[in-house]
Design a protein around this ligand. Structure first.
Ligand SMILES: [Zn+2]
Ligand SMILES: [Zn+2]
Length: 448
């Protein structure tokens, strides 16, 4: 997004419930819609022939329209503020820990039909309110302050880039893609596909957003407030800033994870106070991955790790360098299940192309029944694990019918390295210094 096009704090639409037969909830305070109101209390809504039908708690119809927007009335002093609650919101969609809970929101409630039978509930709020919710519910208050500020600036930039990207979808880099299928090749990448009816979903697919009740960290809230309107820019464009958990010592180039283009501020850097040479050959990759180089993200500080990665319920805490082992038969089974192809007896796993952090973007899998080249980094991680491998920066050793993966880092490794950034903050670097370390050639500007 061009900087000049944002003058005031923009609003963002977040899809909270999608493809539901019915949406039910509670308006805490008085709300009005275009053509009706004020309304308050319990409500429910359904789709009927392309219309949304809004009803009160006695199931009496209040209004019907192709789009219903409920806005809190100014000046009503409901005790809970001007909020609304949605019942039975599914969280953890697409993941195995899916469950439902009631969630409370500020801002407008927009109801639209998805098709003739189902309905979508959207929350429209100013971007700073949205960021406060996302950052403060995902980041522990014990995380270093300059790290929280850097993250707030980064997330704000990413969001504004998403909003800008929706207006020029052909050029945007945030789409999912696929190289036209060739015999024996499966090269795919997964971006932030555009949602049709709103800007972002409330899931991990975009950023986890659970309304206003989940604010757990006052410090994160402060970090958003103190950086209000501040973004990362490159040649007067707001940066499509990315981040991952642990780069492994060198960050990755954009095109190892997504489409084949160069993004100048998403280029590899040495994530250390010393210079590490980008990986070029298989020999260099093996030396790099099998060593423990000095790097900001090479830390064993468990308290810090836990504060930055709250979903740290994993067995291993070694993400900087890790190891996963399979028997041949086990890996054959995983491959068959995850790729949909039967490779027969698995013979070899051969890296064809690596990025500067050692992450593989094209990998050849050789079996008795077929050979295939798979990419890019996320698809490789998907194919070689029941869930996901930590990263595609690995070397494989085959011995006595066992495949041993030695790897480096967690995530795609592009952009800011969360653990590295947190460690930098504890060593006295400011938010601005941290951002300029990971995103080279950028400026930090306040745009509203
Ligand atoms: Zn999404
Ligand atoms: Zn790192």
């Amino acid at each position: 997004m061009i900087m000049g096009s944002v003058k005031n704090e923009p609003k963002i639409t977040a899809g909270i419930m999608e493809r539901e037969n019915e949406v039910a909830g509670h308006l805490d305070g008085y709300f009005r819609g275009d053509g009706f109101g004020p309304v308050s209390g319990r409500f429910s809504a359904k789709a009927e022939l392309g219309m949304v039908v809004l009803s009160d708690e006695t199931h009496r119809e209040i209004f019907r329209s192709p789009l219903i927007r409920l806005t809190a009335l100014e000046g009503t002093k409901a005790r809970s503020g001007q909020t609304f609650t949605l019942f039975n919101v599914t969280i953890g969609n697409r993941f195995h820990w899916e469950r439902k809970e009631d969630q409370t929101f500020r801002g407008d409630l927009i109801l639209r039909p998805c098709d003739d039978k189902t309905i979508v509930a959207i929350n429209e709020i100013p971007i700073e309110n949205y960021l406060t919710s996302v950052i403060s519910s995902e980041m522990s208050g014990d995380a270093p302050v300059e790290f929280l500020k850097a993250h707030a600036i980064l997330s704000r930039s990413w969001l504004l880039a998403v909003l800008g990207g929706r207006k020029k979808t052909e050029e945007t880099s945030i789409r999912t893609g696929k190289i036209p299928e060739k015999e024996g090749e499966a090269i795919r990448w997964y971006g932030q596909e555009d949602h049709d009816l709103f800007d972002v979903c409330a899931d991990d697919h975009c950023q986890r957003y659970q309304g206003i009740a989940k604010i757990v960290s006052q410090q994160a809230k402060e970090a958003v407030r103190e950086t209000r309107g501040i973004v990362i820019t490159y040649l007067d464009e707001i940066c499509d800033a990315r981040y991952s958990k642990v780069c492994g010592g060198i960050t990755e180039d954009f095109d190892t994870a997504w489409d084949d283009k160069r993004v100048p501020y998403l280029k590899n850097i040495s994530d250390a106070s010393i210079f590490h040479q980008p990986i070029k050959t298989e020999e260099e990759a093996a030396v790099w991955i099998l060593s423990e180089p000095e790097a900001y993200c090479n830390t064993k500080d468990e308290r810090l790790l836990k504060n930055i990665l709250p979903d740290l319920d994993r067995k291993t805490k070694d993400f900087f360098r890790w190891k996963v082992e399979y028997s041949r038969q086990e890996l054959e089974e995983i491959l068959r299940e995850k790729s949909g192809f039967d490779f027969g007896t698995l013979k070899e796993i051969v890296p064809i192309r690596r990025g500067p952090s050692g992450r593989i973007s094209r990998l050849k899998i050789v079996g008795s029944k077929r050979n295939m080249v798979v990419g890019k980094e996320l698809e490789i991680r998907r194919w070689l694990s029941r869930s996901h491998l930590y990263s595609s920066a690995f070397v494989v050793a085959v011995e006595a019918g066992r495949f041993t993966f030695h790897g480096a880092g967690w995530g795609h490794g592009v952009g800011l390295c969360q653990i590295g950034a947190a460690v930098m903050a504890t060593r006295g670097f400011s938010a601005e210094e941290i951002l300029k370390h990971y995103f080279r050639g950028v400026e930090i500007k306040k745009i509203y």
